[in-house]
Design a protein around this ligand. Structure first.
Ligand SMILES: Nc1ncnc2c1ncn2[C@@H]1O[C@H](COP(=O)(O)OP(=O)(O)O)[C@@H](O)[C@H]1O
Ligand SMILES: [Mg+2]
Length: 414
C-alpha cells in the first residue's frame, strides 16, 4: 500500500472569521479526500508578522482558502503574493459579495474561484473537488486500502462488537484514514454501539452511486469522536438482498480507494452483502463462540465457506470470541470440528462489553479491559506491526507481544 501521507493535498486557511474557519475545519475532517489543513491563520492582514509569512512560504500549500472579509483590497495583494510563490497553487476566495470589477481583479490576481458568504457546505465541497481535480490529485491514483470483513453465520457471536472496536484499534495504531461500514441493512447496530445518529446511510450512497465523488461521499459519512468515519446502515430495516451484489462490491471497491482501512460489519447470513464483502476483503474474520450450537453451525457452513474462499483460505481467519481457558470445548476441539486453525481468541469480558453497550461507548475506550487488550493485539498482528516493530513504544510492544502469545492458538496446524 502507498503511504497516503505523501499524496495528501496541503491546504492553508487564512480567515479572521471564526465561523468560516470552523466550518472548513469540520468539512476537511469529515472529508474523504486526502486534504490536510496544514496551516491556519486567524490574524488580520495588517497584524501578520514576518515570521508568519515565512512560515506560510515554507508550508507551501497546494490549496489556500483566503477570506476577503477583513480587507478586500489587501486580500487581492495577498492573492498575488500567494500565486507568485507557486503558480500551480489553487486559491479559493471567500467573503462579501464583490462588485464585478473587484471580482475580475481578484481573478487576475490568481483566485481560481470566489465563494460569497454565507458559504454552504456543498459549495465548499464542490470547490474542494475542483481543486483536487485541477491539482491532479485523484484517489484512483493510490493503491486501494485494506478491507477487513467481520462475519458470523450465527447472530450473537460478537461480530458487530469486533467490527466496531477493530476499526478504532486500526485507526489508533496507524493514525490512517479508517472507515467502519455497516452492511447489515436489515438491522445494523454499528450506530447504536457508537452512540451516533447518522443522517445518511449506505443506502443513500448506493442510490446516488452513479454520481458519487469525494464531496458526495463525505456527506454520507458520520465522523465518530474516536477518529474513525462511519457509513451506517439505514435506520429503518431494509430487506436483505435489497442491493445487488455487484453494487455492494463496486461501493466497497470505491471506499477502499478513499480509505486506508475499511472494516465491514456483515449480516449474519451468506447474504449478497456478506458475499460481496468476502470478495473485496483482504481478510475475513469469521467470529464464533465455542458453544455447541455455534460450532455446529460453522460446520454446516463449511461447504459455503469453501465455495467462497476455495484455495484462498488464508484470507479467512477464525476468531473465537468470549473465550475462557476453562471452556469445556478446547481450541483443539474447535479446529477439529471446523477444519481450520483458530487465528485469535478474545476473552469473555461480560462486564466491560456490556457496560460499553449500555453506555454507547466502544469497549476499547476502556484500556484496561481484557477485551481491549486482546483485540489490540489482534490489530497489531493483522497490520503486521510486529515484524516492522514501528510506531509502538517499547512497553506497548512488549504488552502487545505478551497479549498475542497469550491469545494466539499455539496448536499445530491441521
Ligand atoms: N468478548 C465478549 N465478552 C462478553 N460479551 C460479549 C463479548 N463479545 C460480544 N459480547 C456480547 O454478545 C452480544 C452479541 O454481540 P454482537 O456484537 O451484537 O454480536 P453479533 O453482531 O454477532 O450479533 C452483545 O450483547 C455483546 O455485548
Ligand atoms: Mg451484529
Amino acid at each position: 500500500m502507498t503511504d497516503t501521507q505523501e499524496s495528501r493535498l496541503r491546504c492553508a486557511l487564512v480567515s479572521t472569521d471564526p465561523g468560516f474557519r470552523e466550518s472548513l475545519r469540520r468539512m476537511l475532517e469529515a472529508d474523504a479526500r486526502e486534504i490536510e489543513l496544514a496551516m491556519e491563520i486567524a490574524e488580520p492582514f495588517a497584524e501578520m508578522s514576518d515570521e508568519l509569512i515565512a512560515a506560510l512560504r515554507r508550508c507551501d500549500p497546494d490549496l489556500v482558502f483566503l477570506d476577503f472579509d477583513d480587507d478586500p483590497a489587501t486580500a487581492v495583494s495577498f492573492c498575488r503574493f500567494l500565486s507568485e510563490g507557486n503558480a500551480q497553487r489553487y486559491i479559493i476566495g471567500t467573503g462579501p459579495a464583490l462588485a464585478a470589477e473587484t471580482l475580475l481583479e481578484t481573478m487576475r490576481a490568481g483566485v481560481a474561484e470566489y465563494l460569497p458568504k454565507p458559504v454552504a457546505d456543498e459549495a465548499i465541497g464542490g470547490a474542494l473537488d475542483r481543486a483536487a481535480r485541477r491539482l491532479g490529485w485523484a484517489p484512483a491514483n493510490r493503491a486501494p486500502g485494506d478491507l477487513y470483513a467481520v462475519f458470523s453465520p450465527k447472530g450473537g457471536a460478537g461480530t458487530t462488537t469486533v467490527a466496531t472496536n477493530l476499526a478504532i484499534i486500526l485507526y489508533r495504531l496507524t493514525g490512517k484514514k479508517t472507515l467502519l461500514v455497516d452492511l447489515d441493512l436489515e438491522l445494523g447496530e454499528v450506530a447504536v454501539l457508537l452512540g451516533i445518529k447518522p443522517r445518511f446511510s449506505l443506502l443513500d450512497l448506493a442510490e446516488n452511486f452513479a454520481r458519487i465523488d469525494a464531496g458526495l461521499l463525505a456527506s454520507y459519512i458520520t465522523p465518530h469522536e474516536s477518529g474513525i468515519h462511519v457509513l451506517a446502515a439505514p435506520f429503518h430495516p431494509e430487506p436483505a438482498g435489497r442491493l445487488p451484489s455487484e453494487d455492494v462490491r463496486a461501493i466497497l471497491a470505491y471506499l477502499k480507494r478513499h480509505y486506508d482501512y475499511v472494516v465491514a460489519d456483515t449480516p449474519k447470513s451468506f447474504s449478497l452483502e456478506s458475499v460481496a464483502a468476502f470478495e473485496e476483503a483482504s481478510r475475513v474474520l469469521l467470529v464464533t463462540t465455542v458453544g455447541v450450537p455455534a460450532l455446529r453451525n460453522l460446520q454446516r457452513c463449511k461447504p459455503l465457506l469453501e465455495q467462497a474462499f476455495g484455495r484462498d483460505r488464508d484470507r479467512l481467519r477464525l476468531v473465537v470470541n468470549r473465550y475462557h481457558t476453562d471452556d469445556v470445548i478446547s481450541l483443539d476441539d474447535v479446529r477439529r470440528t471446523v477444519g481450520f486453525d483458530v487465528y485469535w481468541t478474545l476473552s469473555n469480558d461480560y462486564e466491560a462489553v456490556s457496560h460499553s453497550i449500555n453506555a454507547a461507548t466502544p469497549v476499547v475506550q476502556n484500556a484496561k479491559s481484557r477485551y481491549t487488550r486482546d483485540l489490540q493485539a489482534m490489530g497489531v498482528d493483522l497490520l503486521g506491526l510486529h515484524q516492522k516493530g514501528r510506531r509502538l513504544s517499547g512497553s506497548r510492544l512488549i504488552g502487545d507481544l505478551l497479549g498475542r502469545f497469550r491469545n494466539k492458538s499455539t496448536e499445530a496446524p491441521a
